[in-house]
Design a protein around this ligand. Structure first.
Ligand code: KG4
Ligand code: ZN
Length: 351
């Protein structure tokens, strides 16, 4: 059995390296954030992301080893996100992982980034441990700047996509709204902060597809509706009402997410769920999800933010489980893919 792997995550703009044990214990997880590099452009610039990965990655490998008081010789495997993501960013991670595995003569495995997000509730460290009785099967709501999907996690390795956003991801909607308000990038957290002082019922924003008898979501109509509203207001009005605007916009997103999660609980009968991804940092989403879980007797796990945003620990755990329980390893022909591969997820029931 493989006891310890080094994991690399470079699928988007965060560079992350972790050392993870077979039981989910994270010995170290160190990430470099690139927000400042992308902020002047108001969004992630793929070329800048991959160039920064090349600068950050090897120093992070050294730091992760040091923090765990280990050397390269202690590593028994290398796990890397090889799909889905920005191709230039993935290439940096995969080539570095292959070079390390080749030179150390240890196995390598490429894993799906989204599988990592779904397994985040099993990660633990010196400060955090998940509820001991949390187990498969469960529902997973993964909400970030790049994805907004609802999954039925049947067991390790078997993931069914129940539904997803048909257009913008929820985080993307937060960021675009923040940009309209002139709050900078990424703006989700600023919208969250302003909302704490605003009235969520002040403006009526659409909750597209909320009543549809499926798990599909849509946030682009919400974005256009906000744009039209802001265009009809003067700069002074927007400034004076930005708290109410933020709180109302945020409420529309949170309502849709909780509604679809609730529908999944009612239809599947599952009473365990996780909320993960960068948007799970949203204080209103956390608050409403906890209230909903308590009312519906659902065991809800929202992992600490360090394991919800993009991180290598979740990738390492997914990989070491695959190596140990499914005996999977890749060859040196492992390649990055911008998309998930056939078989990664079941899509039964999706329209
Ligand atoms: O998972 P993540 O770090 O990166 C990926 O997109 O994969 O998620 C980042 C997203 C951004 O869209 C950011 O605005 C959003 O998460 N976000 C938030 C909050 N914190 C981060 N959105 C709403 N409220 C927050 N507190
Ligand atoms: Zn992600």
């Amino acid at each position: 059995m493989i006891q310890l792997v080094l994991a690399i995550e470079t699928s988007c703009d965060d560079t992350s390296v972790a050392i993870v044990r077979h039981d989910g214990q994270v010995l170290s997880c160190i990430s470099a954030n690139q927000d400042l590099a992308h902020a002047p452009f108001g969004g992630i610039v793929p070329e800048i992301a991959c160039r920064n990965h090349t600068f950050h990655l090897l120093p992070l490998v050294q730091q992760a080893l040091q923090k765990a008081s280990l050397t390269m010789k202690d590593l028994q495997g290398i796990v890397v996100t090889n799909r889905p993501g920005l191709i230039g960013s993935l290439i940096v991670g995969v080539i570095t992982a292959k070079t390390l595995a080749q030179s150390l003569q240890i196995p390598i495995l490429g894993v799906n980034h989204l599988e990592g997000h779904l397994l985040a509730p099993f990660l633990q460290d010196a400060q955090y441990a998940p509820p001991a009785d949390f187990q498969y099967p469960y529902l997973g709501l993964a909400v970030s700047g790049g994805h907004t999907s609802l999954y039925h996690i049947h067991k390790f390795g078997q993931y069914e996509v129940l539904g997803r956003s048909v257009d913008d991801a929820a985080g993307e909607a937060f960021d675009k709204f923040a940009k309209m308000l002139g709050l900078g990038f990424p703006g989700g957290v600023q919208v969250d902060q302003l909302s704490t002082q605003g009235n969520p019922g002040a403006f009526s924003f659409p909750r597209s597809m909320i009543q549809e008898e499926n798990y599909l979501m849509s946030f682009s109509g919400l974005k256009s509706s906000a744009q039209r509203l802001l265009q009809s207001m003067s700069a002074e009005e927007i400034q004076a009402q930005k708290m109410d605007l933020s709180a109302s916009f945020q409420e529309a997103i949170v309502d849709v997410l909780i509604h679809k999660l609730d529908r999944a609980v009612q239809k599947t009968g599952l009473r365990r769920a996780i909320v993960t991804g960068g948007v799970s940092a949203n204080s209103r989403l956390r608050q409403k999800a906890q209230q909903w879980a308590a009312q519906n007797k659902v065991q809800l796990v929202v992992p600490p933010l360090r394991y919800c945003t993009d991180n290598a620990a979740m990738i390492g755990y997914a990989g070491i489980c695959r190596m140990n329980s499914l005996h999977q390893v890749d060859s040196m022909s492992l390649a990055p893919s911008p998309r998930s591969l056939p078989g990664d997820f079941q899509e039964r029931g999706l329209i």
